[in-house]
Structure formats: C-alpha cells, structure tokens
Design a protein around this ligand. Structure first.
Ligand code: GDP
Ligand code: IMO
Ligand code: MG
Length: 414
C-alpha cells in the first residue's frame, strides 16, 4: 500500500497527529488537503511535545517532504509563526515544505467575519475556532477569495483588494507571502510524480467526519470536506490515488464547540480533561466527553470507504468498571440505527447502550496484543463488528511506542 489517507472518524481530535507521525516513519511525503489553522495535532516524541496546526506532521521526520494541498486555507501569519517555532527547536522546512499556489488565503477580515457571525448567532453560535475558516471557504465558493499565487502577484493583489484593507494590512499580507515564497511549489505535479514512482504518501486528515460540511452535524460543522473523498480534491489527485484509508476513532467520543452529541456524558472519567489530554490544542477549550457511538462510527466507515480503524486512547478507559457503547437511538419514539439529519431529530436522539465490563488494568506499556486484557480485546472487537471494519492499530498512550498492531487478530474476528 503506497498511499494512505488518515481521516478522523468523529468530531476531530481523535489522535490523527500521533497516527500520521507513526506512519511517517516509512513515508516519503505527507500532505494536508483541507482545513487550516483550526486543526491542532499534538505529537509526543520522547520528552518533547509538538503542537502543529498547519504544518503537516511529517515535518518531524527529516527525510519526509511535506505539502499544503490546494484544498487547505492558508493563514500566512500563523504558518510563519509555526515554521519559526519549529526552526527554534531545530526542525528545518527549507527545501521540504511546499504550498500549493491554489490554496486560498485567510484574510484579516475573514477572522473578523467569523467573530461577528458567531456573535450574531448568540445562543446558536457554532463555537468555531475563530480562525476565519468559514468566511475564507465562503469567499472561495463566492469566487471572491485570493489564492496564495494571487497574493504573490502583488500588483494584481493590490488592485483587486482595493480599499477593503488598509494599505498597512495589504503591505503586511504581501510581506508574509514574500516570506513564504520559497515554499511555493508545484504540489500537484510533485505528488503526481511521486505517485507514479510508487513512493509512499500519507494524507493527513484534519477535523473529522462529523464536522464534514455535507455529512456532519450541520450546521455545527467546519467548512471543508473532511472525508477521504476530500483528500483527492484537496491534493489535486485522482480518486484512484488512495490505496488505503485508515479511519481514526477514539475509544470514546469528544467534541469541542457546540452542536449535537447524543452520547455526551461529562462525568465518565474521574480525571480532569487536562490529565487525559482533552483540552483543545488550538483554542485551549475543554473538550466535551461521551461514550463511543457506534451508529456514527459505522456511518464514518461507510462515508470514507474505510479499510480499517485505528482505535486511540484505549488507555483512558483503563479504570472504568462499565463501558458503554451506543448501538442505536430512539428518535421521537422511533428506534433508529442511522444518524439523524435535522436538528430537531438530533436533539431528540436518545442513545441505546450496550454495557461492556471494564478491564480495570493498565494497558499503557502493552505492545503485544496477546497481553491486552481479555475485556479490552472484547471491546475492540465489538467496535470493529459494530462499525463494520477491522481494527488494525490500537493506541494506548500519546507516545510513539504506546501503540499495538492488531492486523491479523482482529481481522480474523470480523
Ligand atoms: P488530532 O487533532 O486528531 O491529531 O488529536 P489531538 O492531538 O488534538 O488530540 C489528541 C490528544 O490525545 C493529544 O494530546 C495526543 O497527544 C493524545 N493522544 C493520542 N493518542 C493517545 C492515546 O492513545 N492515549 C492517550 N492517553 N493520549 C493520546
Ligand atoms: P483537528 O484537526 C476538533 C470544530 C470547532 C467548531 C467547528 C467549526 O485538531 O481534529 P471552524 O473554526 O472550523 O469553523 O469551527 O469545528 N473544529 C474542530 N474540532 N478538532 C479540530 O481539528 C477542529 N477544527 C474545527 O470547534 O465546533
Ligand atoms: Mg486536534
């Protein structure tokens, strides 16, 4: 399998960064295809911790080439800060980090619009990351946006942007674009040729399926296509370019921002959110917590054509006596095994749970699947069965080596 898409299967923050970091070990290229600085991927390497927003996780591997594909929205200032922070800790991006000329640029007024729209919504605010993501994608669709190449075409940009921005703001945008010019690359051609040569490409998803602008919990979604199908459009490659799709699912559910969350239960864990790493990487907000939702897990597997699941944060369940899995909903008195569509249906959806015995043993440190407690293996297998895809990898801690590969065992069981 030379190319692999890693996509989030819930509301984001499933641990995609950790998974992409692992897969980057034997990759030649890592590509972000959608989203922007709203993403926050935390990667733990030994005693060091990296928080990436726009730069692909592959940057942490010196021999990997990294790309921002055309589907990404580019906050130039945020990117420059991130690149500088990486450089300060010895991670170089020169000659190995490329930005597609087609990426749309997040303008200062996009962030202002984001804030204003949220304020106007009041009680029904989406809880965005305030990074100007929605307004930037909206301008793209309205055909009033500016791409990276357009900002670099300075005379054109000055003329087009007119007096929408102060001349200082325009100067500052042009200056940022010039600083990033060395990273302007023919991303589409580079990836096309890499694919032809059979080199390993990892597509790094951002956000998650339930935040997809079409299939997520609309309107409480982000503004990009977060499913595997969005990878091709965002990278400029054809649909046959993905050899394997891995769906990252957390062993329970979390959500930041507002919107439906049928299995929400913020009293599941005795630990506070910080100690279980459930504080938003981008906004510092505490994440909402809930039980694993297999209705939505199955929906995610289906929407992505997922070949397999990567199940993360199993260790967080280690101390629980009983673990619940949502296997259906009652919506307006009717039993359902498919996700609701309308907001009123979502609001009325009451989960039907299966209860599984907890293992109450530490899984952190286990690297051999044979040493997993039986109850933990049963839980993993039940998730595979309910979601309709095998679990290939299980993560039991934030670090690289806190990972188990299950391919054969669980494949046989499903
Ligand atoms: P992403 O946006 O999908 O990359 O996920 P985030 O990085 O925003 O959030 C996941 C958090 O959980 C990060 O702090 C990770 O370091 C951490 N993490 C990832 N996998 C595991 C795991 O298996 N166990 C534990 N305890 N933490 C994990
Ligand atoms: P990663 O890649 C979790 C959420 C926001 C909000 C909604 C819309 O780290 O998984 P936006 O700023 O995109 O217009 O906000 O989407 N959101 C995320 N939630 N993880 C993310 O990224 C997210 N990116 C956006 O909280 O509810
Ligand atoms: Mg995140």
């Amino acid at each position: 399998m030379t190319t692999v898409a890693v996509v989030g299967g819930q509301w984001g923050d499933e641990g995609k960064g950790k998974v992409v970091d692992l897969l980057s070990e034997d990759a030649a290229h890592v590509v972000r295809c959608q989203g922007g600085a709203n993403a926050g991927h935390t990667i733990v390497i030994g005693a060091r911790e990296f928080k990436l927003h726009l730069v692909p996780t592959g940057i942490l591997h010196p021999d990997v080439q990294c790309y921002l594909g055309a589907g990404v929205v580019l906050d130039m200032e945020a990117l420059l800060t991130e690149l500088r922070d990486l450089q300060a800790v010895g991670i170089q991006s020169e000659g190995r980090f490329w930005i597609s000329p087609y990426t749309h640029v997040v303008m200062p007024y996009h962030k202002e619009q984001d804030a204003r729209q949220e304020q106007r919504r009041g009680r029904t605010a989406l809880g965005t990351t305030s990074r100007g993501i929605g307004p930037c994608y909206a301008d793209k669709a309205h055909r009033t946006g500016f791409r990276f190449a357009d900002v670099l075409d300075t005379a054109f940009f000055r003329e087009q942007v007119g007096d929408t921005l102060s001349s200082d703001a325009v100067d500052s945008l042009i200056q940022h674009a010039e600083q990033l010019r060395p990273h302007l690359g023919d991303v589409e051609e580079r990836l096309f040729l890499a694919r032809q040569r059979g080199e390993r490409i990892v597509f790094e998803g951002a956000q998650g399926v339930l935040l997809d602008s079409t299939f997520g919990t609309y309107p409480y979604v982000t503004s990009s296509h977060t499913c595997a199908a969005g990878v091709c459009q965002g990278a400029g490659l054809g649909p046959s370019s993905i050899d394997e799709t891995l769906l990252v699912l957390k062993a329970y559910c979390t959500r930041v921002g507002h919107g439906p969350f049928p299995t929400e239960d913020n009293s599941i864990f005795a630990e506070d959110c910080a100690s279980i790493r459930e504080v938003g990487t981008t906004t510092g907000r505490t994440r909402r917590l809930g039980w694993f939702d297999a209705v939505l897990g199955r929906w995610s597997v289906q929407l992505n054509g997922a070949d397999a699941i990567v199940l993360t944060k199993l260790d967080i369940l280690d101390t629980l006596e009983i673990i619940k899995i949502c296997v259906g909903y009652t919506v307006n008195g009717e039993e359902r095994v498919r996700p609701p569509v309308t907001q009123s249906e979502w609001e009325s959806a009451t989960p039907t749970y299966e209860e599984w015995p907890g293992w109450q043993l530490p899984t952190v440190g286990i690297t051999d699947p044979a040493q997993l407690p039986e109850a933990a293996l049963a839980y993993i297998q039940r998730i595979a069965e309910l979601c309709g895809a095998p679990v290939f990898i299980v993560s039991v801690g934030p670090a690289r080596d806190q990972t188990l590969t299950l391919r054969p065992q669980v494949q046989e069981a499903t």
